[in-house]
Design a protein around this ligand. Structure first.
Ligand SMILES: CC(C)(COP(=O)(O)OP(=O)(O)OC[C@H]1O[C@@H](n2cnc3c(N)ncnc32)[C@H](O)[C@@H]1OP(=O)(O)O)[C@@H](O)C(=O)NCCC(=O)NCCS
Length: 191
């Protein structure tokens, strides 16, 4: 089913309205991190495992004051791509990305849809706009981060053609692996 949203450039007036988007998710599985080896000869393997109870992100992804401030600062730089999707006078999605000139990539900080706006092609539409923008400006790839407990988003990015490029198993806390939330990084080549 094609989505029926208006997609337009974000303005500063949209920032307080980001709270209209409900970006939480539920995952039935997790990508467990299996580490092997020691010292400088180590390997990591991701294995999808069912969870005893579904993981519910709850309100952790919500656009709180700190996140809105961060997005405003990125928007004010003026060199990124910041889009919102709107339906029935309500914001239903955001794409928030910035270039990283030093390695000629563009980093997607946020690609988030309201829970009622998912599964209708809007995520693909925003992702393709991100890729077209990056390609037009000559960046070599898009990069982004997900968590190992956000398997629905991982499936989406894999479907978009992104390739897993690595993980950091102590990126959020010293106990990331025990918490089941490890940062994984994706790349989408543009050249
Ligand atoms: C992840 C997210 C952006 C995907 O957007 P979406 O609009 O639901 O995805 P689309 O409907 O455009 O789907 C695009 C393709 O991905 C596939 N896909 C999307 N979610 C999927 C899932 N959970 N499992 C398997 N495939 C999935 C679709 O089947 C579709 O394939 P097709 O176009 O070949 O038919 C959206 O679900 C979301 O905002 N989730 C919550 C916030 C979040 O986790 N954001 C990412 C943070 S890193």
């Amino acid at each position: 089913m094609p989505h029926a949203c208006l997609i337009r450039r974000m303005t500063e007036d949209d920032i307080p309205r980001l709270v209209e988007i409900r970006p939480g998710f539920v995952s039935e599985t997790v990508l467990a991190v299996e580490r092997s080896g020691d010292g400088i000869e180590v390997g990591w393997r991701l294995v999808e495992r069912p969870l005893l109870a579904p993981f519910d992100k709850g309100h952790d992804y919500d656009f709180d004051a700190t996140e809105r401030k961060n997005i405003r600062e990125r928007l004010q730089r003026g060199d990124g791509l910041h889009l919102v999707a709107e339906r029935d006078h309500r914001l239903s999605g955001i794409l928030d990305m910035l270039p990283q000139e030093w390695n000629s990539t563009a980093f997607i900080w946020n690609l988030m849809l309201d829970r009622d706006a998912r599964g209708q092609g809007l995520g693909r539409d925003l992702f393709e706009r991100a890729a077209n923008w990056g390609r037009r400006l000559g960046y070599r790839s898009l990069t982004l981060e997900t968590q190992t407990n956000n398997v629905p988003a991982c499936r989406f990015y894999a479907r978009m053609g992104c390739r897993l490029e690595g993980l950091r198993d102590a990126y959020y806390t010293n106990e990331d692996v025990q918490r089941g939330e490890v940062a994984i990084f994706w790349t989408y080549p543009l050249t």
